[in-house]
Design a protein around this ligand. Structure first.
Ligand code: NAD
Length: 485
């Protein structure tokens, strides 16, 4: 098997790093790539290149700039299989998921923000003046500048392009710092940009880790104009400290401890289906995944039994098998974290209704990072397993008696990202969704996304919103122009 070399892309050139690290796949632990870690000097050069490229890129007509974005989308689509194999190699996620979600949505991000940049209106007001005349105010928006994009490993291409696309669409230049755990598709994106003729310096790529590596070199650089970050809440706090001396704007999409509320009047089968997806998709490694399920008492026992049956029947397997529903976790290291919560749940008094361990295959996958889909009941609401994000294929199910109690339980968390409400009572659906202290509330669905809507969370789940015109607000600085008429 050939070991791929994953290089940095700086000022239009692919460059070796000054050191390298290995990337192993999580299916059978094999080494699949050697990653070239960017040095501080390389990150500095990437930032300098992005500054040189900025005036011309920001000065392009919207039409010309968005044509470049569409070329990136086409480039991803043309190399769909390369992207698919790379994403599966890095993460072990099932082809059924990666081929429908990660790669198509990666390309769709460029199309969506190209479209948005072409059609946006401008904020303006007519103002009465003391002399009986009027003034016209309009908010002229300029690019933020050179933006650092730091992304996680769970949806590597999708979450990277979710930030790169609007940054470029609104005239910024970019340094990408993908997760060290999933460096492959970012490298392919740099290749696509190179081949598509994106102007030199507009999009740069620096591989590496967080502390004392490319992540920190980026966030502490005085010439970075803003940082957009998706990842763990604790990392968000570290980045906030790093940018504080320069008072740099940040956009943070962080962790979650999301609730699903299932009312007795829900379409039972649809709710079981939906909650199964929201707990186990991508092996539970989506920030929007459900980890706390609250079920109205009359259907509680039946719901737990149905969910447990779905967990036990889940097809865990090779990612390239089209029938596989769940692959491994992203790495052995992450599995250690998830398994520590499996042990903690038992200590905290959980009943393990399904899973709770590691599947045994009797083949090469035993060297991978698989865990069983797991369901707990019986934990107290102040248990750490109820309060802390696990980020694996696991949830706790608890009963509730009243709507007020359900809302109180769901909101009793320092996170504030997502919730899903399952009910056939339309009024209740609106009422409970609006009462959720989250950025995203779904009713009778989950993970349904329109890229124009605000995306993000509050509390430990983040700062700010991206999506549609919310992305415009982060990636641009307005100058209000006031003209006396
Ligand atoms: P992570 O915070 O460990 O890493 C994310 C990125 O930050 C990586 O590129 C990493 O190298 C970099 N990084 C780490 N320390 C840094 C530092 N000190 N300075 C600069 N960069 C640093 O997150 P992860 O484990 O890759 O991703 C999983 C987490 O992401 C989960 O908590 C999940 O909930 C969250 N997430 C949130 C959303 C959302 O939209 N809210 C989406 C996906 C994932």
């Amino acid at each position: 098997m050939t070991i791929r070399q994953l290089r940095n892309y700086i000022d239009g050139r692919f460059e070796d790093g000054t050191s390298t690290f290995d990337k192993h796949n999580p299916v059978d632990g094999q080494r699949i790539a050697q990653v070239h870690e960017a040095s501080r000097e390389q990150v500095n050069r990437a930032i300098a290149a992005a500054h040189r490229a900025l005036p011309a890129w920001a000065g392009l007509s919207v039409e010309a700039r968005t044509d470049h974005l569409l070329a990136l989308a086409d480039g991803i689509t043309r190399r769909f299989d390369d992207f698919l194999q790379a994403e599966i190699g890095d993460t072990g996620k099932p082809i059924s998921w990666a081929s429908k979600i990660d790669i198509p949505r990666g390309a769709a991000n460029f199309r969506a923000f190209a479209e948005l940049a072409r059609t946006l209106d401008m904020e303006s007001y007519m103002t009465d003046t003391p002399d009986g005349r009027q003034a016209l105010n309009y908010a002229y928006r300029k690019p933020l500048g050179v933006v650092g994009v730091i992304s996680p490993w769970n949806l590597p291409l999708l979450l990277l392009t979710w930030k790169v696309a609007p940054a470029l669409a609104f005239g910024n230049t970019v340094i990408m710092k993908p997760s060290e755990v999933t460096p492959s598709t970012a490298t392919l994106l740099a290749e696509v940009a190179d081949q598509a003729g994106l102007p030199v310096g507009v999009l740069n790529l620096a591989h590496g880790f967080g502390p004392d590596s490319a992540g920190e070199f980026l966030t502490t650089h005085p010439d970075i104009d803003g940082i957009t970050f998706t990842g763990e809440s604790a990392t968000g706090a570290a980045i906030m400290r790093a940018v504080a001396p320069g008072v740099k704007p940040v956009s943070f999409e962080l962790g979650g401890k999301n609730a699903a509320l299932v009312f007795a009047d829900a379409d039972f089968d649809a709710a079981v289906d939906g909650v199964t997806r929201s707990v186990f998709s991508n092996c539970g490694q989506v920030c929007l995944c459900t980890e706390r399920v609250y079920v109205e008492r009359p259907i509680y026992e039946r719901f737990v039994a149905a969910l447990a049956a779905r967990a036990r029947d889940m097809r865990i397997g090779w990612p390239l098998d089209p029938n596989t529903e769940m692959g491994p976790l992203v790495s052995r290291e992450h599995r250690e974290k998830v398994m520590s919560y499996f042990a903690l749940a038992r200590e905290e008094g959980a009943t393990v209704v399904a899973g709770g361990g590691v599947p045994v295959f009797g083949d090469a996958r035993d060297a991978g990072a698989y865990v069983q889909p797991t369901i707990w009941t019986g934990l107290k609401e102040d248990a750490r397993c109820i309060k802390e994000e696990v980020f694996g294929p696991v949830c706790h199910v608890a009963p509730f008696d009243t709507e007020e109690e359900a809302i109180r339980l769901a909101n009793d968390t320092r996170y504030g990202l997502a919730a899903a409400v399952w009910t056939q009572n339309l009024t209740r659906g609106h009422r409970v969704a609006q009462a959720m202290k989250v950025g995203l509330a779904w009713v009778n669905c989950w993970f349904l996304r329109d890229l124009r809507t605000p995306f993000g969370g509050s509390g430990l789940s983040g700062i700010g919103r991206e999506g549609g015109r919310h992305s415009l607000h982060f990636y641009t600085e307005p100058t209000n122009v006031c003209i006396k008429l």
